[in-house]
Design a protein around this ligand. Structure first.
Ligand code: NOJ
Length: 522
């Protein structure tokens, strides 16, 4: 899967913002040049853009800035023609405060839609009903003067939480999902999937006495609490069974990739459902939290593999529109190792646009900042990973004809862009292309089993993927020194290496790895 941050992928109208036609125009890049199997498109719905589309004001249309329903239908048809599946972002936890449902809901206490959102009385002293915090800072409760109650918003105050305990909300939201499934989308990425079910008693969260971040990154003031009661209540499982049943109404059944940030593998595994009847895949952010060492990476993979129920399909990602750029976090060597791991571990990988070029986190001057989170907590701003896709060395990176794209183009675009990297066999992009090609033709890599190989030097992570017909060995040297790894029965050829000059070399018994090298032996 390839995540397309729509606003920044390709602008065809000169607005400085990416659009759906831009994805259509780049379909050959996706399916042939790069060679991915599916695209996940971030929100394109009508929205006041308080959170850049994650505040939806109409779940059944396309924002005119991005195109219209006819363009969307053409996009799906063109993707399917090119052999690509289409996954769309579905945002169930909250709508925009400009959604007609919320406008009605806040109009009076006895409005029929009042209970579609979460309205509560203040405490006797006028303060919010409990201590829950908004992910983006401050209390999760906003006072509404007119009706004299607070409403809940787990994110911005412009993103009121829907009340999923109300059956009418469930029915209406499932119908909204059907609207897109009927337009032939292959799956949904469920935004903030843990948040839809909270503690029905709405107890205060306990303080986070360790002070350590609970997610894969620091979250500022939000880290002051353990988020025990404001998300992930056990009732979420019944809800996802219902949602999965909606996906199963279709032939072939559609899939759900649910955004969760869970680092306890048993809890993560629970989101697949005991009978694999909940989320098709809860997202696995484990490799973003792991120390980038052989032991750190292996602990994530083995931990997850051991916890998964039989038949559950893993997934990995290494970047997203909410995280610092992969190549900035891990550097040149680390991001090449990451490419090999992402495309050879068992399960579905998600590749974030531009990571195939090794795009770096961009510096955003304060007066060009856009992300509301970055406005309140500058160190947490997400603009730096959302800058325009770098197609060419041109001043606007071939992204737009506008003079100023909505976010500045990364300063590394002259070096890291599709055009220049296609011409360089050693580039990041060509490493990804070779890995994707190998994966397409290798049953062991696509569907084979996983087994960690022991004993190996402690700086090395080595694993085997095997199917009936094929055995593939993957070895990653995390050390800054050459290493020799002896693997019983290892014989084959280096099919892909982060050091291209080693590709095609025969291997027998011992594998010689250069510093930082990652190889795939077939
Ligand atoms: C998770 C999304 O990935 C993020 O971009 C968004 O701000 C929040 N959910 C709220 O919808």
């Amino acid at each position: 899967m390839y995540e397309i941050y729509l606003r920044s992928f390709k602008d065809t109208t000169g607005t400085g913002l990416g659009d759906l036609q831009g994805i259509i125009d780049k379909m050959d890049y996706l399916s042939d040049t790069l060679g991915v199997d599916a695209i996940w498109i971030t929100p394109f719905y009508p929205s006041p853009m308080a959170d850049f589309g994650y505040d939806v004001s109409d779940y059944r249309d396309v924002h005119p800035l991005f195109g219209d329903l006819a363009t969307f239908d053409r996009l799906v048809a063109r993707a399917h023609e090119a052999g690509l599946k289409v996954i769309i972002d579905f945002v169930p936890n909250h709508s925009s405060d400009q959604h007609p449902w919320f406008i009605e809901s806040r109009s009076s206490r006895d409005n029929p839609r009042r209970d579609w959102y979460v309205w509560r009385d203040p405490k006797p002293d006028g303060s919010p009903p409990n201590n829950w915090l908004s992910v983006f800072g401050g209390s999760a409760w906003e006072w509404d003067e007119r009706t004299g109650q607070y409403y809940l918003h787990s994110f911005l105050k412009e993103q009121p939480d829907l009340n999923w305990r109300n059956p009418a909300v469930r029915a209406a939201m499932f119908d909204n999902m059907r609207f897109w499934l009927d337009r032939h989308v292959d799956g949904v990425r469920i935004d903030a999937a843990q948040f839809v079910m909270k503690d029905p008693a709405e107890r205060d969260n306990p303080p986070n006495v360790t002070g350590l971040p609970q997610a894969h990154k620091p979250m500022g003031a939000y880290d002051a609490q353990v988020h025990l009661y404001d998300k992930g209540h056990a009732d979420v499982h019944q809800l996802y069974r219902e949602l999965r049943a909606v996906l199963n109404e279709y032939e072939p059944p559609r899939m759900a990739l649910g955004e969760v940030h869970i680092f306890d593998w048993t809890e993560l595994a629970s989101y697949y459902g005991r009978d694999l009847d909940e989320l098709s895949m809860p997202t696995n952010f484990g490799l973003l939290k792991a120390p980038w060492t052989a032991a750190g990476i292996r602990a994530v993979v083995d931990g997850l593999e051991a916890a998964l129920p039989a038949g559950a399909w893993p997934n990995y990602l290494l970047g997203s529109h909410d995280d610092r750029r992969l190549a900035t976090r891990l550097g040149e060597h680390g991001s090449r190792q990451a490419a090999v791991l992402l495309l050879t571990l068992r399960g579905s990988p998600t590749l974030y646009y531009g990571d195939e070029l090794g795009m770096r986190e961009a510096e955003i001057p304060p007066d060009r900042r856009q992300d509301p989170w970055g406005m309140t907590e500058p160190t947490l701003g997400r603009d730096g990973c959302r800058t325009p896709m770098q197609w060419s060395p041109d001043p606007t990176a071939g992204f737009t004809s506008a003079r100023a794209p909505w976010l500045p183009v990364g300063s590394d675009h002259a070096l890291r862009n599709v055009e220049s990297q296609l011409a360089d066999p050693d580039s990041h992009l060509n490493l990804y292309r070779r890995l994707l090609r190998l994966r397409r033709r290798s049953p062991a890599l696509r569907i084979g089993s996983y087994r960690a190989v022991d004993p190996v030097p402690p700086e090395c992570f080595v694993f085997e993927r095997s199917s009936e017909a094929e055995r593939v060995l993957v070895a990653v040297n995390l050390a800054d020194a050459p290493l020799s790894v002896v693997v019983a029965g290892c014989a084959g050829t280096i099919a892909v290496s982060t050091k291209r000059m080693h590709e095609g070399k025969a291997v027998e018994g011992a594998l010689q790895l250069a510093p930082h090298e990652a190889v795939v032996v077939v």
